[in-house]
Design a protein around this ligand. Structure first.
Ligand SMILES: [Zn+2]
Length: 457
């Protein structure tokens, strides 16, 4: 914490740590469960009140679902504008009896604050907000323009975000987007994330006769839909692990030199991973690197194959209906629409009697690793945390970041603050309090570094 140009802000933050913790406790003790709506409206108003209280122009915007909270402090014409995104809703806390302390009675144990939503995502965007507050308190102004968007439906899949962003382009206009959500690296090192994989989910449904049949009386007469599906699935991916649907890989962007270097620098002990999973081998193709598998390649997973008899002993039945639920994780520059269409064409060609049902989708998102905004963000993280972040070209999972990179055309960055064992979505969710304070410093430092840049690239 030796950065001379931020020492006044860091000192102010340090002197108020206890107060910040108490305010975080007051935030996370309020349920805001998007799955069934408990507390959502109250918490939207609460966090809007916080943003208003520190001097941001704030509005709660109603949608067909739970409200969006938007705030801005744009008083630096010509300076860059940062859009900070987060979500004020939380996962349901069940199972309650697995919590050591109740999910909405925030409790400090061993340097961590335990509460539902403390890591995912209240503690993280609250740290960003407090970073803004600290800058305003110490300097009387912000180094750049700041907008804040907090949604209330992230934990139910952000169903309103695509339309909301499309309909509020001017309100959300910015130079870049920063999201603080998710955990840092397993090693404890901070990460700077540039992308996420996309996803499509679908079901394949095969039908034979109009009812289950005796496999002796009808076997050889009535078709067996389980075989239909197994054979169809076998035309979609080979034993080398390659998806064999025409054109599936056409849009896949190969990793750039810089991305390959970043992946190579990510720490992982593959033998320890295999041991922890009781695996002797990773999935095919065998020659890919660990993070290359997660960042650079699409997948095709059969999530479940349903139908037929699975009970004790045997049952000589010829099942009449069978379904396979599947997902595909997509990478840049595949699109959900194009891959859906290609899978549908493939199914129509190889098993036209099989029904193809779309179940949901999200495009992938990637910001170039050499984006001009990556460097000021990196400098901010170093100034606040004293260590370079790991650079992650794309996470294996899926988030609706494409609304920023594709709908708004903005570079989008992930700067997670939570410990790797935050237990998000699980009982005993927690946030290391030192990481919360580091997040406040990081928020202030990133904005300061971004403020030194020209708005137009
Ligand atoms: Zn979550």
């Amino acid at each position: 914490m030796t950065d001379a140009n931020l020492s006044d802000v860091f000192a102010a933050i340090e002197s108020r740590e206890q107060e910040y913790l108490e305010r975080l406790i007051d935030y996370v003790r309020r349920p805001s469960i998007s799955a069934h709506g408990e507390g959502i409206g109250e918490v939207a108003e609460y966090i809007a009140g916080v943003l208003d209280g520190i001097g941001l122009e704030t509005q709660v915007i109603q949608t067909a679902g739970w409200p969006m909270v938007f705030a801005e402090h744009c008083k630096k014409p010509g300076a860059p504008t940062v859009l900070l995104y987060g979500h004020y809703d939380v996962q349901p806390p069940d199972p309650l009896d697995a919590w050591i302390s109740p999910p909405f009675e925030p409790t400090v144990r061993d340097g961590r604050l335990y509460a539902r939503g403390v890591g995912d995502n209240k503690g993280q965007h609250f740290a960003q907000i407090l970073g803004v507050e600290a800058l305003l308190a110490v300097r009387g102004e912000l180094p750049c323009n700041v907008k804040v968007l907090l949604e209330g439906e992230e934990e139910i899949g952000s169903p309103r975000m695509p339309d909301f962003v499309r309909e509020h382009r001017d309100l959300l206009a910015a130079d870049l987007v920063i999201t603080s959500d998710g955990p840092v690296d397993e090693s404890g090192r901070s990460t700077l994330n540039f992308g996420v994989r996309g996803i499509i989910s679908f079901e394949l449904r095969a039908r034979g006769a109009n009812r289950d049949l005796h496999s002796g009386n009808w076997g050889g007469v009535a078709p067996n839909p389980i075989w239909t599906l197994v054979q169809l699935l076998a035309t979609m991916k080979n034993a080398r692990g390659e998806v064999t649907i025409d054109g599936f890989y056409d849009a896949v962007l190969l990793l750039s030199e810089l991305e390959q270097q970043a992946l190579a620098a990510l720490p992982v002990d593959v033998d320890a991973v295999k041991a922890s999973l009781d695996l002797s081998e990773l999935d095919q193709p065998g020659e890919r690197g660990y993070f290359e598998r997660l960042s650079a390649w699409p997948t095709f997973t059969i999530n479940g194959l349903h139908g037929g008899y699975g009970g004790p002993g045997s049952k000589k039945v010829l099942q009449h209906e069978e379904g396979a639920k599947c997902d595909m994780r997509l990478v840049e520059a595949q699109t959900e629409e194009d891959i859906f269409a290609k899978v549908e064409v493939h199914v129509g060609k190889h098993a036209p009697e099989v029904e193809f049902v779309r179940l949901g989708s999200m495009d992938p998102s990637k910001t170039p690793i050499d984006s001009r905004w990556a460097e000021p963000i990196r400098r901010g993280i170093v100034a606040a945390q004293g260590e370079d972040p790991l650079l992650v070209p794309a996470l294996g999972g899926s988030l609706p970041d494409y609304v920023f990179t594709k709908t708004l055309g903005l570079p989008a960055f992930g700067v997670p603050y939570a410990n790797a064992d935050e237990s998000n979505h699980a009982p005993n969710e927690n946030l290391e309090i030192a990481r919360f304070y580091a997040g406040i410093r990081t928020g202030a430092a990133m904005l300061t570094e971004i403020g030194k840049m020209d708005a137009s690239g």
